[in-house]
Design a protein around this ligand. Structure first.
Ligand code: GLY
Length: 363
C-alpha cells in the first residue's frame, strides 16, 4: 500500500512537475532498456468489476488468442451483464432515460485504435470499436454515425434500458427538483439502492500482455449516470481512458472522465512507465499531476485542496509487471497474474476520512 501525505503531495507535486515535465533530458526507455524478458507475460488487469473478465481473457491468451480479442471477450461479459449498471446493457441512462455507451480499444503490435461514443441500442460497444479500428480509416465514430456503422456490420438494435435502470432513473428524475411537475414516489424503496448510482462514472477497463510481450487494452462504459445527452467521457478517448505503447506498456482508467480527458491521463501513465516508473508509481504520479491541476478548479476540490472525485488507473509494463492507483483509498482492482485471478487493493494518493467523505462529489 502506498500513501502520499498531503504535505508530501504538495512537496512532491512541485518536484514532479519540475523533474518530469520540464526536464527535457529524460528519454523514453526502449523495451531492451527496461530489461523486458521475452515471455514476461501473460498478465491481465482490470477494474474491480472485471474479475471474471481477467479470467476469460487469460484463458483466451493461453489458448493463443490475440490479447485484444481476449480483453474484448473479457469485458463483453460485463457489457452483457444487466446487473452491472455502469457498462453496456443495464447501464444507467442519460437524463432523458436513454442509454448511451462509449468504448475504445487499442492494439499494441499494430499501434492502432478504434472507438465509439454516444452509441445507442448496441450491447457491446467494445466490439464496434474494434471494427472501427479494423474496417475504417478512422479512430472514433459517434452517435448516429456509430449506430449506422454497427448496423452495417450486422449488430442488432436492442433496448439497453433494463427495468431496474429505468426505475432508478425515474426516481432520480422525480426527486431532482421541487419546482417541476414530477412528484416523488410515496414509497421510496429505491432511496438506499439509488445512492451509489447518483452521478456514478462506473466503467470497466481491461489491459493485457501475452507471453510474447504484446499488449492490448479496452475501456467500455455507459458513462456518467443521468448525463446531458451527448456527453462523452474519457473511455473512448485514446490517451485519456486507454493507451497502449507496445514498447512500454498499457494503461486505462475509471472514474471522473472530465479530469482524465483534460490531462491525457492514460498516456501520462504510459509515459511515466517509459521514463522508468513502475506501473504503480506511474499511476500515482499521473494522479498527483491531476490532483495538482484540479486545484485550479475550486469547485472540484475540498477545503484541503484534494479532488472531490474518484479516479483510478490500471497499468501493465512490458516486463509483465502491473499496478493500480486511485485518487482515494478504499478501491480494488482485478488481476490474473498467470496463477490466479484476484482482487487487490489499489495504491492511493489520499486516505479517505470523514471530512473527505462529507465533501466528496457523489461521483
Ligand atoms: N470514466 C467514465 C466516464 O467518465 O464516462
Amino acid at each position: 500500500m502506498h500513501r502520499v501525505s498531503r504535505r508530501n503531495f504538495l512537496k512532491t507535486g512541485v518536484s514532479l512537475s519540475a523533474a518530469t515535465f520540464l526536464a527535457g533530458g529524460n528519454k523514453i526507455l526502449s523495451r531492451s532498456q527496461i530489461g523486458a524478458p521475452a515471455g514476461a507475460g501473460p498478465c491481465v488487469v482490470a477494474s474491480n468489476n472485471g474479475l471474471e473478465a481477467v479470467e476469460k481473457a487469460m484463458n483466451m491468451i493461453r489458448s493463443g488468442s490475440d490479447p485484444l480479442d481476449a480483453v474484448i471477450a473479457g469485458v463483453n461479459l460485463v457489457e452483457e451483464d444487466p446487473e452491472d449498471m455502469s457498462v453496456g446493457y443495464g447501464g444507467l441512462p442519460n437524463e432523458e432515460g436513454v442509454v448511451e455507451l462509449d468504448a475504445s480499444v487499442m492494439h499494441g503490435p499494430t499501434h492502432n485504435a478504434g472507438a465509439v461514443a454516444s452509441l445507442r441500442n448496441i450491447k457491446t460497444p467494445s466490439r464496434v470499436a474494434k471494427l472501427v479500428m479494423e474496417r475504417t480509416d478512422h479512430a472514433l465514430l459517434v452517435g448516429e454515425g456509430a449506430l449506422k456503422f454497427a448496423l452495417a456490420h450486422g449488430f442488432k438494435e436492442e433496448n439497453l434500458l433494463t427495468d431496474k435502470a429505468r426505475q432508478i432513473w425515474l426516481r432520480w428524475k422525480e426527486t431532482l427538483s421541487e419546482r417541476d411537475n414530477w412528484f416523488p414516489p410515496k414509497m421510496d424503496k429505491l432511496a438506499e439502492e439509488l445512492e451509489p448510482y447518483i452521478s456514478s462514472y462506473g466503467t470497466v477497463n481491461c489491459i493485457a500482455i501475452d507471453s510474447a510481450g504484446n499488449l492490448a487494452g479496452v475501456t467500455t462504459t455507459s458513462g456518467l449516470a443521468f448525463k446531458i445527452p451527448g456527453r462523452v467521457g474519457d473511455s473512448p478517448i485514446i490517451g485519456a481512458g486507454l493507451y497502449v505503447d507496445n514498447d512500454i506498456g498499457a494503461a486505462g482508467s475509471t472514474g471522473r472522465g472530465e479530469a482524465n480527458i483534460i490531462t491525457c491521463g492514460s498516456h501520462m501513465v504510459v509515459n511515466f512507465m517509459g521514463l522508468g516508473s513502475s506501473p504503480e508509481e506511474a499511476c500515482l504520479k499521473a494522479l498527483q499531476k491531476i490532483a495538482e491541476k484540479t486545484r485550479l478548479q475550486p469547485h472540484l476540490v475540498d477545503d484541503e485542496g484534494r479532488p472531490r472525485f474518484g479516479l483510478s488507473f490500471y497499468a501493465i509494463n512490458k516486463k509483465g509487471q502491473y499496478g493500480s492507483g486511485s485518487m482515494w483509498s478504499g478501491s480494488t482492482f482485478a488481476v490474473h497474474d498467470g496463477n490466479e485471478k484476484k482482487l487487490k487493493e489499489t495504491a492511493y494518493l489520499f486516505k479517505r476520512d470523514k471530512n473527505s467523505r462529507a465533501t466528496r462529489l457523489r461521483r
